[in-house]
Design a protein around this ligand. Structure first.
Ligand SMILES: Nc1ncnc2c1ncn2[C@@H]1O[C@H](COP(=O)(O)OP(=O)(O)OP(=O)(O)O)[C@@H](O)[C@H]1O
Ligand SMILES: [Mg+2]
Length: 299
């Protein structure tokens, strides 16, 4: 596998396919604003103030359980930035660290350095503001103290060092890059890596109010395809359904609608016949399953 193959996405925003990402994720608005502001600031300040004074690395870390919107937010950030930057353009580059870490025995460090220090700057030669998404970064910047036994610990240490060195180097050399890294395993993240972050956002599970909003949003979207379903968004019982869902992540919350529809043959054939009772029943079942899964993991 060549280093170029570890780049999964390379597109220039605005791209309409990404227009809905930012708004689709229901989190307290100030969290999203902080992320956007840090990206804008990092693009603006570097080159004006010496790194030794500003310590701005151009790095945001998004932490949170699976299915809480981290990847979607990072992608949406690139689109949203393109709407507010003066030049109205922003690039999104996605790197898949998993593939890098499985580079041939002993080659990981070299692959990381080559990708981040050579290939990435070449790819973004035009200096357009760029969001570099390193998704599920724990596989790369794994805490050296908790280096997994399945990987060669020496190799993992070297790979982590390569990421840190690259971040230090790129913030000076390529100030148009803003790294967004996501992880649902914060304990596995290297402390020196977290220390370099300009902003660490802990995106927790949605609360009952957020779940309610996610359900409203999802029901309206289904209503556009199956007219009638959207009426359930205004049903008084939806708040109870949202409360029953507490503990469930945003991805699962959106899946409640198809779960409820699939609960009855008639409804699967004609989704517009979905009722508020179907939703509430499916919510209780989903929350129960979630609890059982957690209990299994705890053992
Ligand atoms: N807070 C949220 N509000 C609304 N929708 C959400 C939220 N969180 C997740 N979703 C839904 O779940 C889908 C998956 O989210 P995403 O892949 O961004 O999560 P993630 O945190 O990156 O998960 P993972 O850790 O498993 O990669 C989104 O497309 C969205 O539909
Ligand atoms: Mg993700």
């Amino acid at each position: 596998m060549t280093v170029a193959e570890h780049i999964a996405v390379n597109i220039v925003m605005p791209d309409r396919a990404y227009a809905a990402h930012w708004d689709a994720i229901v989190v307290p608005p100030e969290r999203k604003e902080r992320l956007l502001h840090h990206a804008l600031l990092a693009w603006g300040v570097r080159g004006k103030i010496a790194f030794e004074m500003s310590a701005v690395h151009g790095l945001a870390v998004l932490l949170g359980p699976p299915g809480t919107g981290k990847t979607t937010l990072a992608r949406g950030l690139a689109y949203t930035a393109s709407q507010v930057l003066q030049a109205r353009r922003c690039r999104l580059v996605e790197i898949h660290p998993h593939g890098l870490m499985s580079a041939e025995h002993g080659q990981t460090q070299q692959a990381v350095s080559e990708l981040l220090l050579q290939h990435l700057p070449e790819l973004t030669e035009d200096s357009m503001p760029t969001i570099v998404l390193l998704d599920e970064v724990e596989s790369m910047a794994v805490a050296r103290s908790a280096a997994s036994l399945s990987a060669n610990p020496v190799d993992v240490h070297r790979a982590t060092d390569a990421v840190l060195t690259a971040l230090d180097d790129l913030t000076r050399r390529a100030p148009h890059l803003f790294f967004v890294v996501t992880s649902n395993y914060p304990e596995g993240l290297d402390a020196a890596f977290l220390s370099r972050a300009d902003v660490v956002l802990d995106i927790g599970l949605p609360d009952a109010e957020a779940l309610h909003r996610i359900l409203v949003d999802t029901l309206r979207a289904w209503g556009a395809a199956y007219p009638g379903i959207e009426r359930l968004a205004d049903d008084a019982s939806l708040a109870t359904t949202a409360r029953a869902l507490q503990g469930v992540d945003g991805r699962q919350a959106r899946k409640l609608v198809p779960q409820a529809i699939a609960g009855r043959l008639e409804c699967a054939l004609a989704p517009a016949t979905l009722t508020a009772a179907d939703l509430l029943g499916a919510a209780s079942a989903l929350a129960r399953t979630q609890k059982e899964v957690r209990a299994l993991h705890a053992h």
